[in-house]
Design a protein around this ligand. Structure first.
Ligand code: SAJ
Length: 477
């Protein structure tokens, strides 16, 4: 950066040292400038909502071509995920045209100008099952390298991190690189994202936000800022580690309960019990929260979140055994589906090699277009190893190629050639009357394997075998 430019920014910052009243006025009058680092699946919708609320908002990313597409309103062809998020394209065009939002790769310029810096970069889990903080640490180092230019700013971490990350890594790193001191020179807060892919704008407008900051004033300012943007209930907790624990616990709670369901479902079918019937009965109890057995646990959140907590447990010489075991049970679920397929093949006396299998649904959960960590991949690997010939269809990927998989235009290919249908993802289309009627026309159909138990036996054609997860094999007559 040229000498005169640095002096411009320093002058800018030194001209108006922010204090509590200025922060309050900045939130109230929406004169604060906000920088979001990492404008991907979460960062972009978050940026657009902040800009829509009236703040001057800078989206910062490292990919120049991506930034240019964003500034053009999403690009042509549009960026993949933008189309999948309802309302996102419209809001993007609105805040670009009214000048409230712009995207850039110029980190120094816009971090220097911003009063609040929100970090939304990915924090994936490595193949060694530990958090990969390389991206967020790089961002924090870059922020710190601006030294005096980040004085009197607030850094908010929305990326998923372990409870101890902010205290043990984030703050020390920022202090070390900047030479500044937390609380005295800058504030830090965690406000973990809780948005569900495919419904992000809707979730941002409806799900309460958890704020955990380094001090009481920071917590109040961050909470009031989020309130002006998302107009949802803002829950202030004691500190960043508590805020990050809330996000992790709510997801790990699901992981453990799904694992419980997956395990008891396996036992149930061996006892010749339909676990879905058990759940129907158990739901009648006011405090029973049903979770459902399935082909496995996919998505960007649940497969990864347990490892943030497990890693911190190890740091304090504690092993969260239940969390570890639940994660392993869910990871074994795709292999269980393969066992069900073999059970079915043995029943209809077909060898797996060269047996055409129609696999319906590749998304990690129903009615989303997202294959992140989908359990369909380990199932397909298994079947291919045994020489099965597989044809795939998913309404959200019709006639596309997804992660090297060719997806058919529709399910009509099944008609007379596929003795086995494996319904992996329970998309609504596979429950439609049209699809149910179609099944009745499939003359060579011998078996349906229902990975998400979306069918009741009376819905299905007679004269075929039916297997569900936790549901004993049944010949439908
Ligand atoms: N699953 C089961 N059985 C269940 C529920 C889910 O096997 O009873 C499987 C799903 O098929 C999927 C995986 O678990 O493969 C994850 O399902 P999910 O409904 O939790 O979906 P996600 O991963 O999109 O979860 C996100 C989470 N949101 C965030 O982390 C910000 C989660 O907290 C939300 O509850 C969930 O969205 C939601 O409610 O849609």
């Amino acid at each position: 950066m040229k000498e005169e430019e640095i002096s411009y920014y320093e002058k800018k910052v030194s001209e108006n040292p922010i204090n509590l009243d200025d922060w309050k006025a900045g939130v109230h009058n929406k004169t604060l400038k906000i920088a979001i680092i990492g404008i991907g699946r979460i960062g972009l919708p978050t940026s657009l909502m902040i800009a829509k609320a009236g703040y001057i908002t800078f989206g910062i990313d490292i990919k120049q071509d991506y930034v240019e597409k964003i500034n053009q309103g999403g690009g042509d062809p549009p960026i993949k995920f933008i189309l999948d998020e309802p309302n996102l394209p419209e809001i993007l065009k609105e805040v670009i045209s009214n000048g409230k939002f712009s995207a850039s790769t110029d980190f120094v310029k816009y971090i220097s100008l911003a009063n609040i810096i929100i970090i939304c970069v990915p924090t994936p889990i490595t193949s060694q099952k530990v958090p990969d903080y390389s991206k967020i640490n790089e961002v924090i180092k870059n922020i710190g390298s601006l030294k005096e230019l980040i004085k009197d700013k607030i850094v908010i971490i929305e990326s998923t991190v372990s409870p101890l990350y902010v205290k043990n890594i984030g703050i020390p790193l920022l202090e070390k690189i900047s030479g500044l001191e937390i609380n005295k020179d800058f504030w830090i807060a965690s406000c973990p994202e809780r948005a569900d892919p495919g419904n992000i704008i809707k979730n941002l407008k409806s799900i309460p936000r958890i704020v955990g900051a380094c001090n009481e004033n920071a917590s109040k300012i961050v909470a009031s800022f989020y309130k002006t943007v998302f107009d949802v209930n803002i829950i202030q907790v004691s500190n960043p580690r508590t805020a990050n624990s809330v996000k992790l616990i709510e997801n790990i709670f699901r992981v453990v309960n799904i694992a419980f369901s997956n395990e008891i479902a396996q036992l149930s079918r061996l006892l010749d019990i339909d676990y879905m019937e058990v759940l129907k009965g158990a739901k009648s109890k006011y405090n029973f929260l049903p979770h459902y057995p399935g082909p496995g646990v996919g998505g960007p959140c649940l497969p990864a979140n347990p490892y943030f907590l497990i890693t911190d447990g190890y740091l304090v010489s504690f092993t969260p055994n239940l969390v570890r075991l639940a994660t392993e049970i869910n990871q074994r679920q795709p292999a269980h589906i393969t066992e069900l397929i073999f059970e079915g093949l043995n029943k209809i006396k077909l060898p797996i090699s060269e047996t055409p299998i129609a696999v319906l649904g590749i998304s990690y959960k129903p009615d989303v277009k997202d294959t992140q960590m989908s359990s369909v991949f380990p199932i397909l690997n298994d079947l291919r190893q045994y020489g099965a010939s597989i044809t795939l269809y998913d309404p959200y990927f019709a006639n596309e190629e997804e992660q090297g998989l060719k997806i058919e235009l529709n399910y009509k290919f099944i008609k007379n050639n596929y003795p086995i249908i494996l319904v992996h993802t329970g998309h609504n289309e596979f429950r439609s009357q049209e699809f149910m009627d179609f099944l009745k026309e499939c003359k060579n159909l011998k078996m349906i394997i229902d990975c998400q138990n979306i069918y009741e036996k009376e819905d299905l054609p007679k004269g075929i075998y039916y297997i569900g997860v936790g549901r004993p094999l049944k010949y439908l007559e």
